[in-house]
Design a protein around this ligand. Sequence first.
Ligand SMILES: Nc1nc2c(ncn2[C@@H]2O[C@H](COP(=O)(O)OP(=O)(O)O)[C@@H](O)[C@H]2O)c(=O)[nH]1
Ligand SMILES: [Mg+2]
Length: 460
Amino acid sequence: MNDSTIAAVATPTGTGGIGIIKLSGQNALSIASHIFRRSHSSISNFKSHHLYHGYIVDPENGRVVDEVLLAVMLAPRSYTREDVVEIQAHSGPVVLRSILDLVLKCGAVIAGPGEFTKRAYINGRIGLTQAEAVIDIINARTNKSLEIANTLIKGDLQLCIERISDYLFNFLVEINAAIDFPEDVEETVNVDRIPDFFQNDIINTIKELIERYDNGHILRDGIKLVIVGKPNVGKSSLMNCLIKKDRSIVTDVPGTTRDLIEESFSLSGMPVIIADTAGIHDTDEPVEIIGINKAKNYIDCSDLILFIIDGSSILTHEDYNVFEMINKRNSILVINKSDLFSDRHKVNTPDSWEEMPKVEISALSNKGIDVLKDLIVQISLRKNSFDFQDAIVPNLRHKLILDQCIVSLYSVVDGFDRGSPLDLIAIDLKEAIDLLCEITGSSANNDVINQIFGRFCIGK
Ligand SMILES: Nc1nc2c(ncn2[C@@H]2O[C@H](COP(=O)(O)OP(=O)(O)O)[C@@H](O)[C@H]2O)c(=O)[nH]1
Ligand SMILES: [Mg+2]
């Protein structure tokens, strides 16, 4: 339990209907009682989880700072499991700052980023994965990422990992007993072979969680799309169509887009980050060369490439160069300017391009854009054979730990297969358990914890 009482403005800066100052710690009530005035009653008589009307008053001069509502949430039934006071004031930077200054003068200390949630974790109200879900909920940009964050905050992943590590821990106890007291254990525990449950349930569950990350991270983190093609084929026009605003400059002058332009939008609930790039062609112009190199680098880290060509004119070596550059990566061939070609005069594309799904569009008249959007969604989610409803989707931190954990678990299986000494097997098993505890937070080191809470805003 932490001795200090922390305080922060919990609502975003700027003006608004209400702004909230939050206090948590053993002195939260006494600090609030110094500055809150209400006729007939004092804070010490307030009921937990009730809202009281009154005034914030500067105790030094009796001046009223604001008319407020105040809520008391007594430990342990609070966000942090400590005594919590929330003051709902009018939301303006000066009034909130003045109230915060008063509570700091009365003995509170300013909260660090995520410190309220960190206390909830340290005081055992939530596990580390649930604390991480809080930040995911705050940052959720689409309904899908919110859904995923909500399964984490319910503690589904926490419970699943705890169940596995409990099982592994019991198994480790049995193995250690067999090492230390071989005569006593032989009859009750069979440690000659790996239990079926270990193979079928434990390993499969971890494999499935890793797969869920691979499939689900697009829903949570978004898909990275990049538009590439030679100059003047309509890259910037397509970008503007997809994001539905004039973000990229469109002209008939080749080489207009020289830098990389990134935007985000949502497609069927999936966050999308899209980049418009400089037209790829041979040039000596230094600024264009930088832009083209940026485009090449972006191709390597994108999930899906929109390779765009002008369907109303014949292909040139520059189009072929772009095709070489995308090098069979996940791409859609977008044949643009369909308003200018009829079926008879349409561009011919080589057989080697047939593997790419293709779509004809007119970025000028918006024709085919919906078909393209559907195709993007289909391709991005095609790995998703399962229903994401209520599915537990680990985040990148969890997934990297699970990757290491499965290696240790396979070493355990291998150790049994090869008849390795039990004490060697026990080392791998212990390693797997320690890794799982890093996910749930029961043994996460301080650096990891500080890193996680450092991503939070102040006041959460
Ligand atoms: N007719 C027609 N013109 C288009 C279409 N898309 C883009 N353009 C025109 O082609 C030129 C180049 O477009 P832009 O988007 O700047 O191409 P970028 O260089 O690839 O980014 C502009 O004059 C656009 O108006 C289309 O679908 N049909
Ligand atoms: Mg452009």
